[in-house]
Design a protein around this ligand. Structure first.
Ligand SMILES: Nc1ncnc2c1ncn2[C@@H]1O[C@H](COP(=O)(O)OP(=O)(O)O)[C@@H](O)[C@H]1O
Ligand SMILES: [Mg+2]
Length: 260
């Protein structure tokens, strides 16, 4: 099972840790709907940077721009020192292998077993993972997410929380340096949500991943985020630790803490 780490708050990152994602002036509109209007943020190595924002504020648009599922109108995105927006398809394919993306829906294939779902990204990317064979890798990631016995099961036999964890296992199988989590707890019951949060922390510690966690869930902010950036009206309105935000007198920040 996932290890218990109740109520610890993740510390702010080392201020001089290497920046692994740097976003500047990111702008994206759909017709006359200006979603991002010059968003800036840095993610440091090993940190969980959370982007907090209300529904429809552009959180998913932001992370889709990072993996070029969407093309922004202006601005720059650098990942691991490389300019994402100007690179060619080859370079993009290469860097995408280093970026895991946990979609809001777990996006598993219903007609495939868990094992087949997990093998899928390996086949797609044809990667040699240091001589480890596929069965061992499947075993390793299933153990990492605490579900070693689901190997031959179909998604329809799994609960929502389990599917989310298998989705995460599928992301991990490529051993990404960076993981982008889109609403990792949304739609889950509180217990499954907490398991996912504990898993995010465990992965951060075990694999040293750097992450962006998109969410409006303050429990996630409290337990998993090293730093929080508040996305409001298309910009990084303010950033700080959970405690910084909790202590803030800003009316907009206070609104998020209504239920805390
Ligand atoms: N592919 C798209 N085409 C048109 N509008 C989009 C598209 N994707 C997102 N939007 C719009 O961008 C805004 C932000 O969406 P999104 O990033 O999904 O919000 P959230 O913060 O809830 O993740 C919404 O108004 C949404 O309708
Ligand atoms: Mg979203």
């Amino acid at each position: 099972m996932v290890e218990e780490k109740p109520d610890i708050i993740n510390a702010a990152p080392d201020a001089d840790a290497e920046v692994v994602i740097s976003i500047r002036g990111l702008t994206k509109s759909f017709g006359d709907n200006e979603v991002l209007k010059g968003f800036d943020v840095d993610v440091r190595r090993g940190e969980n940077l959370m982007v907090l924002g209300k529904s429809g504020s552009g959180k998913s648009v932001l992370i889709k721009c990072i993996v070029r599922l969407l093309d922004p109108d202006a601005g720059s995105i650098s990942v691991l020192g490389q300019d994402i927006l100007t690179m060619d398809q080859d370079a993009l394919d290469h860097i995408r292998v280093k970026i895991g993306f946990l979609f809001q829906s777990s996006a598993l294939y219903d007609s495939m077993t868990v094992k087949e779902n997990l093998e899928f990204p390996l086949r797609r990317h044809w990667i040699d993972k240091g001589g480890q064979n596929v069965d061992e890798l499947v075993e390793e990631v299933l153990t990492a997410v605490g579900l070693p016995k689901t190997r031959d099961m179909y998604p329809s036999e799994l609960s929502g929380g389990m599917k989310r964890r298998i989705g995460l296992a599928r992301t991990l199988i490529l051993k990404p340096e960076i993981v982008l989590y889109d609403e990792p707890t949304t739609g889950l019951d509180p217990i499954s949500g907490k398991e996912i949060v504990e898993l995010i922390l465990k992965l951060q510690r075990t694999y040293g991943t750097s992450s962006i966690i998109i969410s409006h869930d303050l429990h996630v902010a409290k337990l998993a985020a090293n730093r929080i950036a508040l996305l409001h009206e298309g910009r990084n309105y303010l950033e700080g630790t959970y405690q910084d935000l909790l202590a803030s007198d800003d009316p907009l920040v206070k609104k998020f803490f209504i239920f805390m």
